[in-house]
Design a protein around this ligand. Structure first.
Ligand code: NDP
Length: 604
């Protein structure tokens, strides 16, 4: 690790930046927050159709299984794999897509790739013996990896694809879960897992006239290669060579697909409300010899722990992963480390973090000037907010796309697109005629859980999860909710809460759930449920921590801060283990391997 002293930040420059950041936020604040977006229903439903796999007809199921899991993404796959490893064979995954993969099933837009190093992002690499071919693997490889996991652990046998759960309730008398789906299934399951993911329901911007566009249109998570030509591997989209294309949105998705559109379209207009921060990517092919050397027994777990330690302020002598996220954390640590010991108060540490942030964002803005030839376009592409206000992006071709002929940044200075007409898009008072309009407008985040899941989990005595969580999320470990026996929620909040490598949370959760289920089955227990006291004690522990690190109200609006609106009741519970992610994983390993499963009640 470099021991150079970070350079001081000029206080006047810092004050000016703080002022500029607030002014940029104020431009974008709007009273309707999340309500500005259109829920994809009714006349917009075609935006949700699966362009990748035809729907197969099948008979509805009326049987019973040991474990059912809602969601066939990483959460379902790793939980299913861990259950199978422990000998629980009867596992059924229910998935709305036509195959496993979740996010990686749907997001096949050109250029899609992971933003966290593949060696920690892709789960079960050691178990499957897969060597990621690149430091940041592209989507087709990640999707194929999901399919490999499904094959290796025999998860395909019982999987239900193109199937949406419509009702999931605990039957008090039979002491099992009943699952109903849109395919007419009505079966029971002793245990259930929920892994529907945070970003799986596409949304559209609520722009006046959106329904009137007569050209071709789709959302990035349902890429229409039949129209564009090309393929998810990045083949040239020859169908766009004579097309005027517009794309709305400049988040992480747009940053990855714009370079491919720029190469293919007759003309490309990128409609931008707020620029992303786009740092260096520096992707590399994996050297097989290097991989053979590092991939000794237990390698991926060591890498996961090392990443978590580096990225969440834990203790690690070295940085094995060296990606954009660990670089960010290293810089913050170095700033804090440069404070004299007796000045390391929480306030000074936060100020040191802010200094590190200003330095990083200045570099990112300078990078725009260094790459983009036209000064006005370069100015428009500069992000004026702290880096974690919005999802940081990393790309080496995105900025250069704006140097390509026919590519125009339509910078709306925070106002967004004002209207969509039959023939195009209106922004800054000008109409842009288009043949094709692509929505890179993201996914529902701040909406209610039951709206995104498509059902309201109904537990013991008819208790709805939405009622149980009315005042905020209530669980132990983010996994167990009182009143919902034999149900396991697989996601990071109230656990490690580790944001840039969610798969680490999922694999730890999957392993823990498999241990609990095995213990229940072997002990002849029909029910396992967190006690009310244990759930409450976990929440009290969470609230003793430093609170939320993301979602500051002085940030430019986005899904990290509830679109700039008050965070809503219970937001204080959207936190993780107060002693940090590394400590959480140590605690969880100890908790599950002790066999006592403290806080859970098992009933025969
Ligand atoms: P985002 O929600 O990040 O971006 C939506 C975009 O649409 C924003 O730029 C938003 O602008 C813009 N927008 C919304 N309404 C309007 C309007 N009326 N006029 C103009 N623009 C508008 O969606 P993404 O799909 O890009 O990304 C979602 C998340 O998915 C990411 O944050 C990330 O977590 C994940 N992701 C991860 C990837 C990876 O790991 N490799 C790759 C891609 C996505 P504004 O910012 O002003 O709201």
């Amino acid at each position: 690790m470099s021991q150079t002293q970070p350079s001081p930040i000029d206080p006047a420059e810092k004050a000016a930046l703080q002022k500029k950041y607030l002014a940029e936020r104020d431009k974008r604040l709007r009273a309707d927050g999340n309500a500005q977006y259109i829920q994809i229903t009714n006349q917009f439903e075609h935006y949700l159709e699966d362009p990748y796999t035809p729907v197969q007809s099948r008979e509805p199921l009326k049987d019973h299984v040991t474990f059912s899991f809602v969601g066939g993404g990483f959460a379902g796959l790793v939980t299913g794999a861990r259950l199978k490893e422990l000998g629980i064979e009867d596992v059924r995954i229910i998935e709305k897509g036509g195959d496993f993969g979740g996010t990686w099933y749907w997001n096949r837009y050109p250029g899609a790739q992971c933003d966290t190093a593949s060696f920690v992002y892709m789960p079960l690499l050691e178990e499957t013996g897969h060597m990621p071919t690149e430091k940041y693997a592209h989507a087709p490889e990640i999707l194929a990896h999901c399919q490999n996991i499904g094959n290796q652990f025999n998860l395909y046998d019982q999987a239900l694809f193109h199937t949406v759960v419509t009702d999931l309730r605990w039957l008090d008398e039979q002491r099992v879960w009943q699952i109903k789906t849109n395919r007419g299934d009505c079966f029971t399951s002793q245990f259930i897992g929920l892994g529907t993911g945070p970003l799986h329901v596409p949304k559209l911007p609520g722009i006046p006239g959106i329904e009137s566009f007569k050209g071709h249109t789709f959302h990035t998570s349902r890429w229409d290669y039949n129209y564009t030509g090309g393929n998810p591997e990045g083949g040239l989209m020859t169908g766009l060579q004579d097309k005027r294309v517009g794309i709305i949105g400049t988040g992480a998705t747009s940053v990855q697909c714009v370079p491919h559109l720029a190469k293919a379209c007759q003309s490309l207009a990128v409609f931008q409300r707020t620029p992303s921060s786009v740092d260096i990517r520096d992707n590399q092919p994996t050297d097989p010899q290097w991989f053979e050397e590092i991939a000794t027994e237990g390698w991926q777990q060591r890498w996961l722990e090392n990443f978590t330690a580096n990225q969440t302020g834990g203790m690690a002598k070295e940085d094995l992963v060296k990606d954009g996220w660990t670089d960010l954390s290293r810089r913050i640590r170095e700033r804090i480390g440069s404070l004299p010991q007796d000045e390391r108060t929480p306030k000074n540490m936060m100020l040191a973090w802010e200094d590190s942030d200003f330095e990083k964002m200045n570099e990112i803005r300078a990078r725009v000037d260094a790459i983009v030839n036209d000064p006005k376009t370069a100015d428009g592409l500069k992000a004026w907010y702290r880096q974690l206000c919005k999802r940081p992006c990393f790309h080496d071709e995105y900025l250069d796309s704006y140097n390509q002929p026919g590519v125009e940044l339509v910078h709306t200075d925070g106002q967004g697109v004002s209207e969509i007409t039959e023939t195009g898009v209106v922004a800054n008072g000008k109409e842009y005629p288009l043949d094709c309009l692509i929505y890179a407008s993201g996914f529902e985040v701040g909406t209610e859980y039951k709206r995104r899941a498509g059902f309201d989990l109904t537990g013991r005595g008819g208790l709805k999860l939405s009622d149980h969580w009315q005042g905020g999320m209530r669980t132990k470990h983010g996994t167990h909710a009182h009143g919902f026996p034999n149900a396991f929620i697989v996601q990071p909040t109230q656990g490690a809460n580790l944001i840039s490598n969610v798969p680490h949370n999922l694999t730890e959760s999957g392993q823990t759930i498999a241990c609990i289920v095995k213990h229940a089955i072997e002990g002849g227990y029909r029910e396992v449920e967190v006690t009310e006291e244990a759930e409450t004690a976990w929440l009290e522990l969470l609230l003793s921590g430093p609170g939320r690190m993301l979602g500051a109200q002085d940030c430019t609006p986005g899904y990290y801060n509830n679109e700039g609106q008050a965070p809503g009741p219970g937001a204080e519970y959207h936190v993780g283990y107060p002693h940090g992610a590394s400590a959480y994983f140590d605690y969880l390993r100890e908790w599950r391997s002790s066999g006592a499963f403290d806080g859970l009640a098992f009933k025969t």
